[in-house]
Design a protein around this ligand. Structure first.
Ligand code: 3HC
Length: 280
């Protein structure tokens, strides 16, 4: 199976790493420096896995040999079976990308979006083929997390869904089928929990460390909600809350003012070295 991944940020590069384990994968980003950085980061992760004896050198080489970087989409040699976009979470950017893709001869691939909450039906309507369009939502870090949410849009065919279920299985992951709804399943549950943790912090109920320890040890979460918010990116958390709020008009999804203030101040979590915690 030949896969084109568009967007080489954290999610795009993690997704490309997953697919390179099972076949030729092409990674493209409008900013070529981002693509090059992604490959360097993947190499580092794989080398660490090898040094920890979690991966063989042969498996590492297979992934790296399968992973091809594209400077220009027109460099793509031949057609692909799956196109998955992981570009910025802005409907307009994604729609413009689909317009550009319509002009390339990519064959008849499945068109997938890794959107974390945007409407699949709306994105599909701007895609080259709405029946072959689906939400394929991976979780960070994609090579580690076992789940992929498969979201059917209004026009997604059953065949597209069935093919994607097989693809997820080939990746060694588990899929769940989700009807279109803002935030799907995981973000609908996870992101309001993070928002509530921000409220708990803002009310002075507990320190960030104690809030996180409470959820790690009291609910067996691998990370506390505030550390997780820093890991996801506070801007992304805010974007998802805004989608949940705007789509439902339900005040329970209203982003906490402290979260908004932190995003406005550029405190975005790990990526800006500052969020609920400091990073070096
Ligand atoms: N890429 C690849 N592998 C990675 C990685 C990365 N970015 N980060 C960690 N790993 C690997 C490590 O190599 C290690 O593998 P090994 O056990 O085979 O050596 C394994 O993951 C565990 O890593 P660590 O030992 O360094 O650290 P932890 O045991 O603390 O695990 C964690 C790190 C996997 C991130 C864990 O803390 C965790 O599961 N946290 C919760 C993550 C989560 O909830 N993600 C979902 C976010 S929501 C989302 O993505 C949706 C979006 O739409 C917002």
């Amino acid at each position: 199976m030949r896969v084109l991944v568009i967007g080489a940020g954290t999610m795009g590069s993690g997704i490309a790493q997953c697919f390179a384990g099972i076949g030729p994968t092409y990674l493209y980003d409008v900013n070529n420096e981002v693509t090059i950085k992604a490959k360097v980061a993947i190499e580092k992760i794989l080398e660490r896995q090898v040094s920890r004896e979690r991966m063989t050198v042969a498996d590492k080489d297979l992934i790296l040999n399968n992973l091809n970087l594209l400077e220009d989409l027109r460099e793509l040699p031949g057609q692909v079976d799956l196109v998955i976009e992981a570009v910025a979470e802005r409907a307009e950017i994604k729609k413009k990308l689909f317009q550009e893709l319509k002009e390339l001869n990519l064959g008849q691939p499945i068109w997938a979006s890794n959107t974390s909450s945007l409407s699949i039906t709306e994105l599909a309507a701007h895609s080259p083929d709405p029946t072959a369009f689906i939400g394929m939502h991976f979780f960070n870090p994609a090579p580690v997390m076992k789940l992929v949410e498969l979201i059917k849009g209004e026009r997604t065919s059953d065949e597209t869904l069935a093919q994607c279920q097989k693809i997820v299985e080939a990746l060694g992951k588990t899929s769940v089928q989700v009807e279109e709804a803002p935030g799907f399943v995981v973000n609908r549950l996870l992101i309001p929990m993070i928002n509530e943790a921000v409220a708990v912090l803002a009310e002075g109920v507990a320190t960030p460390e104690d809030i996180d320890t409470a959820m790690k040890l009291g609910a067996n979460h691998p990370m506390g909600p505030l550390a997780l918010a820093d890991f996801i990116g506070l801007d992304i958390v805010l974007d998802i809350l805004n989608v949940l709020h705007d789509e439902t008009l339900d005040p329970k999804y209203r982003p906490h003012l402290l979260l908004k203030k932190m995003v406005r101040a550029g405190k975005l979590g790990r990526k800006s070295n500052e969020g609920f915690y400091q990073y070096s």
